[in-house]
Ligand binder design. Structure first.
Ligand code: AMP
Length: 525
């Protein structure tokens, strides 16, 4: 039996589509795309947004993909409270120095003032590690590997941007403790590979793997590894996810120590070893990177692997002249096609609403970013085919109805890999090797990031940012109008260093130290 069609509340639907072009005003375009495409609804607290089902589907997909990966490493799920006591939060000095400006505090319980304010977690190192010190009593308790999917609050003062920079965001945070540095450092990179897979295999967004410079690393970390994404429209880099080796700093502060298991002579007292710790996080920012990368003037373009609806079947060509029998036949076949595709594992829906014309429906599903449209008209039915239209390229092709169960999954996979290949090409074309200091600003003004020979010193990297910001202010040639005075920040020291022979000296003229690595610099989010 056919399910009853639900009448849409037409009053609530904005039929206009997106009124700004991506190339003309990225920020206005982005806000319209995510709101009109029903990914986000706005909320009355700045920096906080409502995540709609299409967004949550993407997040849930990331969640199950990443969970299946970390399970193979023996990471276990857990949940720690959202509140952190002041004493615990302030234990690791470098950590709290880095986060102090963004911590939200609870000071009242109802009407009464709390004796001591309580922090809302900006990240959970300080919430978890007191407990780690209770749980880890011996080397036999190692490794301890935990992960939680939760929300955190960072009271950011930079301009909020849905998904990319929000005051509350969803993420996973992994926290592990190991006996040896080696074990910890292997895991840091395994996680970075999984993050890369989330971006490249699910979201079709290329990233560059590398390490952060000293001054850009996580507060309290020994070192931070990162995957750096790129937003072509603005030519800015974005920190896509980070995996930190915390070294033994937190273990010393929170007294997470075990007796050295190495054999010892009789009577000799075993040394107490602080454990080696890692923490790693990936947030809902990833959804924003994907939306910015693939969206176009018609709206969102969602990669098939994360799309809540992968294919939409739309009956077309029904006119006043179509007989009720022919219409019935056509609609029956639409239902059959949906059933066939569901059996083939496709997330598919139909749009048989007869109070909207086909053109309006096409535009509406394009706005929502559904990867594939499948049209069936009376003539198609007569010849036993459907017409498909790809959201990413608008390419149209006929597929025999008899081949849908194999043809559609194949086409969706082609869309997925084409989307990554296109984005990869754009990123590659916008990573420019620069060997002359005075070329940095003109090159980043053309919406690129640069690879320059550098000494790796954190302060020198900061100086590059300050000095290029000053040049940018006077240059006036920036194509990204929103970034006139933004300097080139150290984004990452790529692991892959195949950019040709490294020049002798650090590119910053007043540095004078030897160049040790090619470092990726650029404007960033
Ligand atoms: P962190 O714990 O500081 O290393 O942050 C982990 C990841 O969170 C970073 O690599 C960013 O990709 C992401 N991130 C940082 N701040 C925000 C924010 N305000 N909103 C969304 N994602 C964020």
């Amino acid at each position: 039996q056919k399910p009853k069609e639900k009448k849409a509340n037409t009053a609530q639907i904005d039929t206009k589509g997106i009124t700004v072009k991506k190339a003309d005003d990225l920020s206005a375009w982005y806000q319209q795309m995510i709101a009109k495409g029903e990914f986000i609804s706005y909320y009355d607290i700045s920096g906080c947004y409502i995540l709609e089902p299409s967004s949550m589907h993407i997040w849930e997909t990331i969640k199950s993909f990443f969970t299946s990966k970390i399970e193979t490493l023996g990471v276990e799920p857990c949940y720690y409270p959202v509140f952190i006591s002041k004493a615990n939060l302030e234990k690791e000095k470098a950590h709290i120095d880095g986060f102090a400006a963004e911590v939200a505090w609870v000071t009242l319980g109802g009407k009464s003032k709390l004796e001591e304010p309580i922090a809302v977690r900006p990240t959970s190192e300080t919430a978890m590690y007191k407990d780690f010190s209770d749980k880890i009593q011996s080397h036999r308790d190692l490794p301890l590997k935990r992960n939680q999917w939760n929300n955190v609050v960072r009271w950011e003062f930079k301009n909020p941007m849905p998904f990319l920079r929000t005051r509350e965001f969803l993420w996973q945070e992994g926290h592990t403790a190991h006996l040896t540095e080696k074990e910890a450092s292997i895991e840091v990179l395994q996680i970075l590979d999984y993050y890369t897979a989330v971006y490249e295999e699910l979201l079709a967004c290329p990233v560059v793997k590398g390490r952060k410079t000293k001054n850009e690393q996580f507060p309290g970390a020994e070192y931070t590894t990162t995957i750096e994404g790129f937003i072509t429209s603005t030519g800015r880099g974005i920190q896509a996810a980070t995996s930190h080796c915390l070294g033994q700093h937190f273990a010393n502060m929170y007294n997470i120590k075990v007796e050295d298991p190495a054999p010892r002579k009789e009577g000799e007292v075993a040394e107490k070893l602080p454990v080696w710790q890692n923490s790693w996080g990936l947030t809902t920012r990833s959804i924003g990177v994907m939306m910015l990368t693939h969206g176009d003037d018609k709206g969102a373009v969602i990669p098939p692997r994360v799309a809540r609806i992968q294919a939409i079947v739309i009956p077309v060509g029904i006119t006043a002249k179509t007989t009720p029998e022919d219409k019935e036949k056509l609609l029956d076949e639409v239902y059959n096609i949906v059933a066939t595709l569901k059996r083939a594992g496709i997330r598919v829906d139909k749009d048989a609403r007869d109070y909207y014309g086909a053109g309006w429906k096409f535009a509406n599903w394009e706005l929502k970013g559904v990867p594939l449209r499948i049209e069936l008209g009376p003539k198609d039915l007569a010849s036993g085919v459907v017409m498909t239209a790809r959201r990413d390229t608008n390419d149209k092709a006929a597929i025999p109805i008899a081949d849908l169960a194999s043809g559609v999954p194949k086409l969706l996979e082609t869309i997925q890999s084409d989307m990554l290949a296109r984005a990869q090409k754009e990123y590659d074309e916008h990573r420019i090797v620069v060997k002359k200091w005075e070329e940095i600003v003109p090159v980043i003004n053309k919406k690129n990031v640069v690879l320059i020979p550098h000494c790796e010193d954190g302060d020198c990297a900061d100086a590059v940012k300050d000095e290029t910001a000053k040049q940018g202010e006077t240059d006036g040639q920036a194509e990204d109008e929103k970034a006139p005075s933004m300097g080139a920040k150290a984004l990452c020291i790529p692991f892959d260093q195949a950019y040709g022979d490294l020049p002798e000296l650090c590119l910053r003229p007043s540095c004078g130290k030897k160049a040790t690595k090619w470092i990726q610099f650029g404007r960033s989010y």
